[in-house]
Design a protein around this ligand. Sequence first.
Ligand code: ATP
Ligand code: MG
Length: 251
Amino acid sequence: MIIAVSGKGGVGKTMLAALLVRTFSEDTSNLLAIDADPDSNLPEAVGVKVEKTIGDVREEILESRSRSPGSTLHDVLEGHVMDTIEETDRFDLLEMGRPEGAGCYCAVNHVLRAIIDRWAKDYDIVIIDTEAGLEHLSRRTTQDVDVMIVVTDSSKRGIETAKRIKVLASELDISFKELYVVVNRAADDMAEGIKKTLEEAGLKVLGTIPEDRNVLEFDYEGRPLTELPEDSPALQEVRRIKERLSAATGT
Ligand SMILES: Nc1ncnc2c1ncn2[C@@H]1O[C@H](COP(=O)(O)OP(=O)(O)OP(=O)(O)O)[C@@H](O)[C@H]1O
Ligand SMILES: [Mg+2]
């Protein structure tokens, strides 16, 4: 199952992705977390240090023109992709890094995408933290995901982004098996109203994560969110979200 977390800037995508990594990796160690945000911080949020990104691999390949005779671009890239995967005892992590530049990197990107798609299939669960906004849809980074989770705060713009993802996905002919919204940091007395607005727009609300002082403190101190104490309200709600996801998708 491939799950992507999206939404407008600063709404809590990385927080949710990190806590999904924590909760799902308790059931399986065959989990891949992908940081698809060039301005990334998922590695810190899950307590992993990344040596090399897919963007670095792309640059290296484009710079070194030498290639041993007989090896294809695919062979060369596959070895390099393998080098970028950070392994921990609970999950693996892949950082995409800088996106392609304006030049024609098409062949390299095409092959890279094919390799990553192929590799992703060997994991039980893949969790992707996307960059803010909707660009990932038009760039097709998220076209093969099973479950798209759009995070929103209580702002009108956040809620509009959630609604637009549904419209844009259908315009681009991208169909997720499931599309859900998670409301983050809404005041208790506003959560119900926001939920109603989203449901009236035909969106399914998977959960409502409260403001959590521990999240603020951990991020302030630069500690991984995957180490939040069990009684943290955000973690507790993400546990419920995980249960609902598992029930809905049969995993
Ligand atoms: N439920 C919460 N309670 C308290 N603080 C939160 C909560 N969710 C997120 N935050 C804080 O809000 C900030 C933004 O969260 P986060 O980095 O997860 O958002 P994002 O959507 O990934 O942002 P970006 O678009 O920059 O990638 C962080 O400083 C985080 O600590
Ligand atoms: Mg983020």
